[in-house]
Write a protein that binds this ligand. Structure first.
Ligand code: SF4
Ligand code: SF4
Length: 303
């Protein structure tokens, strides 16, 4: 059966759509945003994570590693070039500091995990949100999952960065999706390439297609701007995105507050965080958020 690499399935979310929701996080993304708040979801492979805060320094892990990838001189070090991802260290670690990140699951396995939360969806107007990573990396799987959820009358929402093949999305995802949260990060294509690793041309075109589709059927569309200090949270960028949305006939947008916890998450999976200046290590102040909100409002957006 068709399987996808799932990072996590988390219930009781109040931030990922209407009502109480269970969120299915896929692992793998075609973008490479430097500030990604889920860096462990970027790569479509199972990874080894080590949490410094959980580690009790017992060094049991070093005794089972068959390639001596783990060492401790002054600091604890995992040689990720040598590591074969056998996960023996995860098995023996007494504190849970070592963990495997990502699990291949089939659609039935995911539905079985979700179904117990249905009473919460029914009483709160909630449902299931597919998030990531990028759910459309697993287009066929996401389609089967959404179809299965609709069959048992569960509200469905997909959070996407918009970098997908439109024809496949229209045929496989749109018919089974009640709502789309659509992230637009940077309006300038050169900046988009610099900070997100790919051009935004396909993302903007797919958004236009989705607006047209939402006018013909019942799919609800919510564009979102993730606010990143001095990168996306600039007057120039928010004005540009608001102008693009207006041209598409859309007058609403969600602004997502910046989350600075991602550098710590990067370290757990052995990625060196890039572009860490002072601004990116701090929570966004209420004043900064309000400035962004005012720019969007002045440019015709409702929130
Ligand atoms: S076995 Fe776990 S707790 Fe012990 S040193 Fe290794 S990672 Fe840390
Ligand atoms: S996953 Fe296996 S190879 Fe990698 S560090 Fe752990 S024990 Fe060693």
């Amino acid at each position: 059966m068709n399987k996808a690499l799932i990072l996590a399935i988390k219930g009781n979310s109040l931030d990922d759509g209407p009502g109480i929701r269970t969120v299915v996080f896929f692992k793998g993304c075609p973008l490479n945003c430097v500030w990604c708040h889920n860096p462990e979801s970027k790569r479509a492979v199972v990874e080894l994570s080590w949490d410094q805060n959980e580690c009790i320094g017992c060094l049991t892990c070093t005794t089972v590693c068959h390639v001596n990838a783990i060492s401790k001189n002054n600091t604890f070090f995992i040689n990720r070039d040598t590591c074969t991802l056998c996960f023996q260290c995860v098995e023996v670690c007494p504190s849970g500091a070592m963990a495997g990140v990502g699990k291949y699951m089939d659609v039935n396995g995911v539905v079985n995990e979700i179904i117990k939360d249905k009473p919460f969806f029914d009483t709160s107007g909630g449902g299931v949100t597919l998030s990531g990573g990028e759910p459309t990396v697993y287009m066929q799987f996401a389609s089967e999952l959404l179809k299965a959820l609709k069959k048992i009358k569960i509200h469905t929402l997909i959070e996407t960065g918009g970098y997908f093949n439109w024809d496949e999305f229209e045929a496989n995802i749109a018919p089974y999706c009640d709502m789309v949260y659509y992230d637009i990060k940077l309006i300038d294509d050169d900046e988009h390439k610099k900070y997100c690793g790919v051009s935004n041309v396909k993302i903007l075109q797919n958004f236009k297609n989705l607006v047209e589709l939402s006018q013909k059927n019942t799919i609800q569309l919510m564009p979102r701007i993730p606010l990143v200090p001095e990168i996306t949270a600039t007057k120039h960028n928010i004005e540009g995105i608001a102008q693009f949305l207006s041209e598409c006939g859309v007058n609403h947008v969600q602004l997502l507050r910046y989350n600075p916890l991602w550098p710590e998450k990067c370290k757990k999976i052995g990625i060196s965080p890039e572009l860490i200046d002072k601004k990116l290590t701090q929570w966004m102040s209420a004043e900064e958020y309000e400035q962004c909100r005012q720019v969007a409002c002045k440019n015709g957006m409702q929130m």
